[in-house]
Design a binder for this molecule. Structure first.
Ligand code: NDP
Length: 332
């Protein structure tokens, strides 16, 4: 522990999310701070050094990254790379003795998730997934409703996340993304269906949507719908799209509807329950997420969004794709 007791974080991959959300949030965190950067783009270095006062010795690229082992300023490595690179950099970070936050989806295959968990276990470091909504009050309220069955049994459950994705990006390639909007956006819905149901699914069926833009969606699906079956027979319907806009989770229970009508963004959540409109303070999810992980490291506790949860969700994502391709219901 250093710098006023704050743990040092190294951001790996200075793209949209690191630049727009994580680094600005790290100016306001109490338990961690931005100590180092890892980038393959030299032109970003002076800009980041200027803005975040990062010393020369705390700058790495992808080939010399393993030297971070010897850097006492860095306690936590935060992997914010394209999905197919999460496994390699999580494992290298663990081997360097650093705790890891890895962005979602944890990886593009379950065997990668296994290797990541194993590497962290072997190095005795903690592994967390960037599931920021577990620190967001409206989503936490949905979790509470699901866990405590506040409004009785759920009869109907559905959720969806979609927005239009621009062309020419790694997100539209099978190699880098591991799939389309399901990997990127549907994963939030997979999570929300589970935490709102307060259960985990036992099987899934899925259907690919029509490609209205086959050029942009040469490699991955444009949209996808799926149906989880939960123990007891409840069906949780999910949808994700890179073309249409939607952003919700909705449960119709014995005692009424509880739902978020704006569920997954960085802010602007809205929701209601049979008790009325939800009204919680807006928070900065990234600040809360990173501080919670830093505290868990300091206190030697497991993350509340651990590697095991990320692996579980990659199993579900893969089952959804298998159901989509085969046209069959897949047992999970
Ligand atoms: P970007 O494309 O904006 O940034 C990715 C960065 O990774 C690049 O800027 C680059 O950084 C680095 N990189 C290294 N190799 C490559 C490569 N071959 N192709 C492209 N980039 C490369 O992506 P995002 O920041 O939007 O997403 C990064 C990760 O974060 C993803 O896993 C995504 O799912 C997740 N994410 C999570 C969000 C959340 O809310 N939890 C929100 C947005 C993204 P450099 O130039 O420094 O080397």
């Amino acid at each position: 522990q250093r710098k006023n007791g704050k743990l040092g974080i190294a951001l790996v991959g200075l793209g949209g999310y690191a630049t727009g959300q994580l680094a600005p949030a790290l100016l306001h965190t109490n338990d961690c701070y931005l100590a180092a950067i890892v980038t393959g783009t030299p032109s970003k270095i002076p800009v980041w050094q200027d803005q975040y006062h990062i010393s020369d010795k705390n700058i790495y690229d992808y080939s010399n990254f393993d030297r971070i082992k010897d850097n006492k300023d860095v306690d936590i490595v935060y992997v914010v790379l394209p999905n197919n690179m999460h496994a390699e950099f999580t494992i290298r970070a663990a081997q360097a003795g650093k705790h890891v936050i890895c962005e979602k989806p944890m990886a593009i295959t379950v065997s990668d998730c296994d290797r990541m968990i194993e590497a962290c276990k072997k190095a005795n470091v903690s592994l967390s997934i960037g599931y920021r909504l577990h620190f967001e009050p409206y989503n936490k309220e949905m979790m509470r409703c699901g866990r405590e069955k506040l409004y009785g049994a759920i009869q109907q459950l559905s959720g969806g996340f979609g927005f239009k994705a621009g062309p020419n990006q790694w997100r539209l390639t099978q190699k880098y993304a591991g799939g389309g909007p399901l990997m990127d956006l549907g994963i939030y819905v997979v999570q929300a269906l589970c935490y709102t149901a307060g259960m985990l699914p036992v099987s899934v069926a899925a259907q690919e949507g029509t490609k209205t833009d086959p050029e942009r969606f040469k490699e991955v699906e444009q949209s996808l719908t799926w149906q989880f079956e939960f123990p007891g027979g409840l069906i949780g319907k999910g949808e994700s799209s890179y073309e249409d806009h939607f952003n919700y989770i909705r449960a119709e229970a014995d005692k009424g509807v509880f739902e978020l009508t704006s569920a997954y963004n960085y802010n602007g959540q809205r929701g209601n329950t049979p008790a009325g409109n939800m009204s919680f303070a807006q928070v900065n999810q990234q600040i809360l997420q990173m501080d919670a992980f830093a505290r868990s490291v300091k206190n030697r506790q497991a993350s509340i969004v651990p590697g095991g949860m990320g692996r579980r969700d990659v199993i579900y994502l893969q089952a959804i794709y298998e159901a989509m391709r085969s046209g069959k219901k897949i047992r999970i």
